[in-house]
Design a protein around this ligand. Sequence first.
Ligand code: 5CA
Ligand code: ZN
Length: 415
Amino acid sequence: MQSWSETAVPSVPGQGPPLRLFDTADRQVRPITPGRTATMYVCGITPYDATHLGHAATYLTFDLVNRIWRDAGHDVHYVQNVTDVDDPLFERANRDGEDWVVLGMRETALFREDMEALRVLPPRDYIGAVESIGEVIEMVEKFVASGAAYVVDDAEFPDVYFRADATEQFGYESGYDRETMAKFFAERGGDPDRPGKVDPLDALVWRAVRPGEPSWPSPFGPGRPGWHIECSAIALNRIGSSFDVQGGGSDLIFPHHEYSAAHAESATGDRRFARHYVHTGMIGLDGEKMSKSRGNLVFVSKLRGEGVDPAAIRLGLLSGHYRQDRPWTEQVLADAHTRLKLWKDAAALESAQSATDTIARLRQHLADDLDTPKALDALDGWARRALDNGGSDTNAPSEFAAAVDALLGVRLRRP
Ligand code: 5CA
Ligand code: ZN
């Protein structure tokens, strides 16, 4: 699938400390040690509606990871999927009397536009679930051959299920007990009560065709992929196992990332799919998680349409810590506008005091589990001092602007 276009990233003199991030599986902040090419897979959207600020916050978080790695001189192989065949697409398309393929294409195009406007660096591989069906079938064949998956005894709908006990280490990613797993499995797309399953926690990897649903031929009969398997297949075939970061919102910790890891580990025999599992907190509105099912959405495209500067959306979403659930409010946006103006004014000065220490602090705070609140504070401090007291360093305003552009993705001056 076509990705979106790349924005230029200025290079900034000097280097920051190595990146440390919280790993959900190990429940601690620890260093990430990528090779020359750093590898990252971030779960993409299900394109049945426009991108809201919750989605945007999650992609902005991993954009920081991408930018920190590039700043450290790594080549970054970033992979993202689009879940372009799934129940929510059919439901929305049916409701609106539209073709589900057209709906998916339109919302994916709008997502690309939003990402470009927010200056999110594009994935190198942007892959649709439909495009990866051949890869999914290959994996499911392997599971069936090894006994990791089985076809339910149902003549009408011979679905294929992956055994939750196929790998010894199942459960390590979320660390949840069985009761918590059962709760989230039922709430987040699982089907614990499907007759014919060996264990209620076994996960669908191939869904036999139902009347009115699209299907693709396979050795197990016509059907379509289950959900977790698309992310396993897409990541494995592009960045292999033991890649550096698997990313997504905290609502993907279980079941999605637990099973995509288990599928991949069952296929490869490796103990660990990703070296770091990184999860973002949920953006809320009016006291509730922003979600399509609750309908309390603020769309990026709607704000853009109202003339809101995407750089202010970016700064507003980055003003809280990525792991914290946090609300989007009018105040968050107003503060972001004030900050953007402060930084732009300082970046437009002819001279200021040196920005070298401030850039070092920016890098330190970001490397410390993406501590954006402290990073943004440090930049505010420099900008205020520059505007109040001036300084004689004529390079400082442009160095400040280059660092903000490279590391935070906010452009303060015309290039
Ligand atoms: N297509 C699957 C992943 S393979 C999916 O979860 N799609 S999604 O459109 O529902 O979500 C896309 C990403 O946005 C996921 O990482 C999800 O965790 C994140 N997300 C959804 N709602 C919020 C929110 N309110 N705050 C922060 N992140 C969110
Ligand atoms: Zn995914």
